[in-house]
Design a protein. Structure first.
Length: 242
């Protein structure tokens, strides 16, 4: 009983931290957007007035590239903060899964990776934001691809939730797995085990935010050297809220 209470307190504290981090992320992103926009505008103006071969042209191009990199990070911060309004409608999750994989077929991370499906053909439709669901699935597929270093397999599964009010989606990979000491931190913003400059550490935080925004939750099972399975529980919103 005491152990259950301890886990409940840890989950509550983790949710509070993520909510607080989301608020900070949103404020920081909005504060950075204006000066970054100015840097890009004035850099482009300088490039327009600077002839090819000018000694400083390459430096200005580097400024533009780095500023655009910062814009991508700011966009990730806003996605993590999930401040925008959801556009909810009845959606067939199997269709979104397949269309997401089709959309990503040419991605370099998936070049030598086998993707298979174990989808329930009678999966019920659920009320979700389809664009957010696509973003969620893209993040999990990219995360799996990176964990396998261009070689391995991903299995996508779906089935109805036991209570009949939602669906369960799983992403299983044969990658490097996640060590036990990192499992409790993988949804923290800016936490990453990748090399410096290889990622923002926001991908799984964004996934966590999207799932929570839909009233669902995520579970993780992982074995180092064997692979990882992320299980998503997506529920219909309460009646009268859509």
């Amino acid at each position: 009983m005491q152990d259950n209470s301890h886990r409940h307190n840890e989950k509550a504290l983790s949710s509070e931290r993520l909510a607080a981090a989301g608020n900070v992320a949103s404020e920081v992103a909005h504060e950075l957007n204006t000066p970054l926009g100015g840097i890009l505008i004035y850099s482009h103006l300088l490039l327009e007035d600077m002839p090819e071969g000018h000694e400083h042209r390459e430096n200005i191009i580097k400024i533009v590239k780095l500023a655009n990199r910062c814009k991508i990070i700011v966009k990730s911060l806003l996605d993590f903060a999930h401040t925008e309004t959801l556009s909810l409608k009845k959606t067939q999750v199997n269709h979104v899964l397949k269309s997401t994989v089709y959309f990503m077929e040419g991605h370099v991370l998936l070049k030598n990776i086998r993707i298979s499906y174990e989808l329930d053909p009678d999966l019920p439709e659920i009320v979700v934001d389809e664009n957010k669901l696509e973003q969620l699935f893209v993040n999990f597929i990219i995360n799996a691809g990176e964990a396998m270093n261009n070689s391995g397999a991903i299995v996508l599964r779906s089935r109805p939730a036991p209570d009949g009010n939602g669906v369960i989606v799983q992403f299983s990979d044969t990658g490097c797995g996640i060590s036990e000491k990192h499992l409790n931190r993988i949804f923290e913003p800016f936490f990453t085990t990748k090399e410096r400059g290889k990622g923002t550490g926001l991908g799984l935080s964004i996934c966590h935010g999207i799932v929570k925004l839909h009233g669902g939750n995520i579970e993780v099972d992982s074995v180092v050297g064997e692979g990882t399975t992320f299980t998503l529980f997506l529920s219909n919103p309460p009646k009268g809220t859509v």
